[in-house]
Design a protein around this ligand. Structure first.
Ligand SMILES: Cc1ncc(COP(=O)(O)O)c(C=O)c1O
Length: 354
């Protein structure tokens, strides 16, 4: 018996329309990289068909979408890395992000049949991708004849989802300086940026780039302004139940001792499915109005929960995160982020779409 990733397509659609209400006139580049944050890239693309574009990380992801007949504009956030990929982008309506001098050289050299749409990325403090010192006018002079206007100019916020974010304002000011006197399309805000800054800086948000919030997870812990709903539930089947006595221990390394007689259920999911081993003795699961603690170590294929006096049948499906267990709270427990939990789910799990 397998664990399941249940993806609620209605909630994806609902979340996109909530974001549209919130961002008003901005165009929406839905970020569906890494297999749609683990939800299944094609199904997510179909559900989010009312987006203005899709964003993926790599050319391989973009090419997969094209192969599967997705026709909408695709933004490739890492852009091309050689002439062949550059030409492929221009032929396939893939709008690459140009973030390095190497890519400028490639586009200068590439023989393109027609000018291509591009985004240019500036680094305003993330220190990951993007031009730092480059003057926009100089850069445009180099590649102007290869690109189709309007050029897009973007940057990425490093700390927007931090509770005490005192860095985004600096990035925004720097960005404003870079784009002075341009006719460019602008993009700066990811999910947390949308929640915190779009109202004040609407003029910088021709395009917004929501990822996490589309999947119904709010990156800002205390924010209640958006009515988004989780698109993913992770469930696992009960494969065995048994009685255990006070003083007995459970699982690898015997890390948990029963303080009274109880019943445990073994669930068919483990770290081999991407369910984090760090949740051993820490996490909980949900079944029919009850929360049960994970006890003992999470193993490769199985984890155990204490069901006390409750009756849970073999074959029943238990929620590990979803409508009743907030994935953000699960990730907080083990000092990670919902992105890592969603994207880390393994091939053995079955995706079901409702
Ligand atoms: C450049 C860029 N923009 C937007 C996003 C979407 O971010 P989020 O999922 O926080 O909305 C990402 C995600 O990592 C990104 O790398």
């Amino acid at each position: 018996m397998n664990g399941n990733i249940i993806v609620n397509k209605k909630n994806l659609i609902h979340n996109l329309s909530e974001i549209k209400k919130y961002t008003k006139k901005s165009k929406i580049m839905s970020v569906i990289k890494s297999n749609g944050y683990g939800h299944g890239i094609l199904e997510v693309a179909a559900a989010l068909k009312d987006s203005d574009a899709f964003a993926v990380a790599t050319i391989k992801e973009a090419a997969y979408l094209r192969k599967c007949n997705i026709e909408k504009e695709i933004v490739c956030l890492q852009g091309f890395s050689n002439i062949e990929e550059c030409v492929y982008c221009s032929q396939s309506n893939i709008r690459p992000v140009i973030h390095s001098l190497k890519q400028v050289n490639i586009i200068e050299e590439a023989k393109l049949k027609k000018p291509m749409k591009v985004w240019i990325k500036f680094d305003t403090g993330m220190n990951r991708l993007g031009f730092k010192e480059m003057n926009l006018e100089k850069l445009m002079n180099k590649i102007e004849n290869k690109i189709q206007p309007p050029v897009g100019i973007m940057t990425h916020l490093a700390c927007a989802d931090e509770e005490n974010d005192d860095f985004s304002q600096k990035q925004i000011e720097l960005f404003k300086n870079i784009i002075k006197n341009t006719e460019a399309e602008l993009s700066i805000f990811n999910s947390a940026g949308i929640i915190k800054y779009i109202e004040e800086y609407h003029d910088l948000g021709d395009w917004v780039r929501p990822g996490l919030m589309l999947y119904g997870v709010n990156p800002c812990s205390n924010d209640k302004s958006l009515n988004i709903k989780p698109a993913m539930s992770l469930t696992a089947p009960v494969i065995s139940t048994k009685k255990c006595k006070k003083g007995e221990r459970i699982g690898y390394g015997h890390t948990y001792e029963f303080i009274k007689d109880t019943t445990i259920a073994s669930l068919g999911i483990g770290y081999g499915d991407g369910f984090p081993r760090e949740l051993s003795n820490v996490g909980k699961v949900f079944f029919e109005d009850n929360f049960f603690n994970i006890i003992g170590r999470v193993s490769m294929d199985i984890l155990m929960v204490d069901i006390g006096d409750n009756k849970v049948d073999i074959g029943a499906n238990v929620e590990l995160w979803g409508d009743n267990i907030n994935i953000k709270e699960v990730s907080d427990l083990i000092n990670t982020i919902p992105y890592e939990l969603m994207c880390g789910l393994g091939e053995r799990l079955q995706r079901k779409y409702i």
